[in-house]
Design a protein around this ligand. Structure first.
Ligand code: UDP
Ligand code: MG
Length: 320
């Protein structure tokens, strides 16, 4: 790539892994959309996530010769979120667009997202996905968790438009198990969706097996949320409350002189109480761990959207 000196308005980040010739189409269609429809400066960043296929490497070497196309090659396969994060780090545009390499989202839909540029992040949303049954199942579960754990009101797609200060906030967070939707939510809730069509993968198959999908999901569950800890804490308090209720029953029965089998009730009260308090204690300890994790990963205490009437300076703060 002949390094453009001026900062482009848009950066397109594409994670690439053992891709087919459709990548050439994707790049051509992106170039056409930005040149003919959007008419704005752009750069395309192809992040090779450790592809092992020789034809992918050759294809990328070839594409890198084009103006405005940059290839960043990772040392090994890190998984899509790492590749996307790397692309965000290499990007220079005022806006970053993320899109998959297999044409499941149309580059021609990018102007639809750009029409909502007053928001911090705009995502395409797909009412119907060209997915297999197992993909449908995992993406249904993931969508539920995106909503419950991250508070998203829209269903996310890999095709997103993200404002520069959100990208900078995301990059300020140190994590080796990134989960892009969680990083976005650390910085902003101003995320809107734009309906868009989902196409069959030009690749013909997913590069994510069920096991890898589960791995990503557990990164969300354990690495990017306190969901499990919350469950344990609540469960603990419920069990402790149960033991209290049972203790009340035992006392009332004693007071009313109702005969009970000796020892059973008090034993149950003790077991439930100890069990409940244990669970609650584990949950609370976990809450401290999650907070420590937030500090070590430098999750920002705030990110400034804009300053009015003052010179611009540091945009994030990680609380240290
Ligand atoms: N991808 C990646 N690293 C991987 C697997 C996939 O960067 O280890 C990229 C891939 O090149 C594509 C995107 O992630 O741009 C989505 O992959 P795929 O289309 O295989 O998954 P699906 O559409 O089934 O979610
Ligand atoms: Mg795909």
């Amino acid at each position: 790539m002949t390094a453009p000196t001026k900062k482009p308005r848009y950066s397109v980040v594409v994670p690439v892994y053992n891709t087919g010739d459709s990548l050439r189409d994707l790049v051509a269609r992106l170039q056409s959309v930005f040149t003919n429809t959007i008419k704005a400066s752009f750069e395309i960043i192809l992040v090779d996530d450790g592809s092992v296929e020789e034809r992918t490497k050759a294809l990328l070497n070839d594409l890198a010769r084009q103006d405005g196309v940059m290839v960043v090659r990772l040392t090994r396969n890190f998984g899509k979120p790492g590749a996307v994060l790397c692309g965000l780090g290499a990007s220079r545009g005022d806006w970053v667009i993320t899109i998959d390499d297999d044409l499941q989202q149309s580059p021609e839909d990018i102007p639809l997202l750009i029409a909502h540029e007053q928001h911090d992040t705009v995502t395409a949303t797909h009412a119907h996905k060209q997915h297999t049954v197992s993909q449908r199942m995992t993406s249904w579960i993931k969508a539920r968790f995106d909503k419950a754990m991250l508070g998203y009101q829209v269903k996310l797609s890999p095709l997103k438009l993200i404002r520069r200060h959100v990208v900078d906030g995301m990059l300020a967070i140190k994590t080796n198990r990134p989960f892009i939707p969680a990083l976005i939510r650390q910085v902003t809730n101003d995320v809107v969706g734009v309906p868009s069509e989902h196409h069959k993968s030009a690749q013909g198959h997913s590069r994510y097996s069920l096991t890898r999908r589960w791995g990503q999901f557990s990164d969300l569950l354990v690495g990017n949320s306190n969901f499990l800890m919350q469950v344990f804490t609540r469960l603990g308090f419920v069990v402790a409350a149960l033991s209290f209720a049972l203790a009340m029953v035992v006392i009332v029965r004693k007071l009313l002189d109702i005969p009970t089998q000796a020892g059973w009730s008090s034993l149950m009260v003790a077991i439930l109480l100890i069990g409940g308090l244990n669970l609650a204690a584990i949950g609370i300890t976990g809450q401290y761990f999650i907070r420590l994790l937030d500090i070590t990963s430098k999750k920002p205490a705030f990110v400034i959207r804009e300053r009015l009437g003052a010179p611009d300076s540091d945009q994030t703060h990680s609380g240290d």
